[in-house]
Ligand binder design. Structure first.
Ligand code: ITT
Length: 195
């Protein structure tokens, strides 16, 4: 059972993480480079779905789009859907500065994966919660990985983990596994060898 899916992204880390998470489900993921349409919205579901629909209208091939963000409790959920912009502007150091002196450091990463596989259109979500570290640690991963410590881990940040370890807990891998399970249930229902 095999399905080829395009991933609409300019972020190679997302590609690598999703490839690893989806491969066990028979998904072959490749990067598509139509300009990703990024609408402004406070819903990552809506942002991902709009990007996927837009890319599908251009390519007419089965694909997914990932929108994700870091939601920090002390900051009322900021940067959330604006994480990409916050990362490019204030960065990791800016977030640490905003939390300076605060003991309330709870945060969650969330990911929405929008799938267009006609006649289906679905959004799968994943979440991982943890806390914001006092200082950046580790050289792996991307974005806010050096300051995020998942609850389920052993105190290391995502940037101190291998891709496989990060995928055990991450928001993106969880959304990917939900997508993979859904595909597997479709296959079982259809009794077909491929989609
Ligand atoms: P594309 O839009 O091209 O897919 P992007 O990186 O801009 O790539 P988003 O618009 O979804 O993706 O922005 C999400 C931002 O949230 C991202 O730039 C990171 O700063 C942060 N982020 C999301 N998932 C992350 C993760 O697994 N580890 C660290 N930071 C993450």
């Amino acid at each position: 059972m095999k399905v080829m899916l395009g991933l609409v992204t300019g972020n190679r880390h997302k590609l690598a993480e999703l490839q690893a998470a989806l491969q066990p489900y028979g998904v072959e993921l490749y990067q598509v480079s139509v300009g990703k349409l990024e609408i402004q919205s406070d819903s990552i579901r809506e942002i991902a779905l709009t990007a996927a629909r837009h890319a599908y209208s251009k390519l007419r091939r089965p694909l997914i789009a990932d929108d994700s963000g870091l939601f920090i409790e002390e900051l009322g959920g900021f940067p959330g859907p604006y994480s990409s912009y916050a990362y490019k502007t204030i960065g990791v150091e800016g977030i640490l500065k905003l939390l300076e002196g605060s003991t309330r450091r709870r945060a969650c990463f969330r990911a929405a994966l929008a799938l267009i596989l006609p006649p289906y259109e679905k959004v799968f979500e994943g979440e991982v919660c943890g806390r914001i570290a006092g200082e950046p640690r580790g050289a792996g991963g991307f974005g806010f990985d050096p300051i995020f410590i998942p609850d389920e881990g052993d105190g290391r940040t995502f940037a101190e983990m291998s891709l496989q370890e990060k995928n055990r807990y991450s928001h993106r891998a969880r959304a990917a596994r939900a997508l993979g399970e859904w595909l597997a249930s479709r296959w079982r229902g259809l009794g077909r060898q491929s989609l």
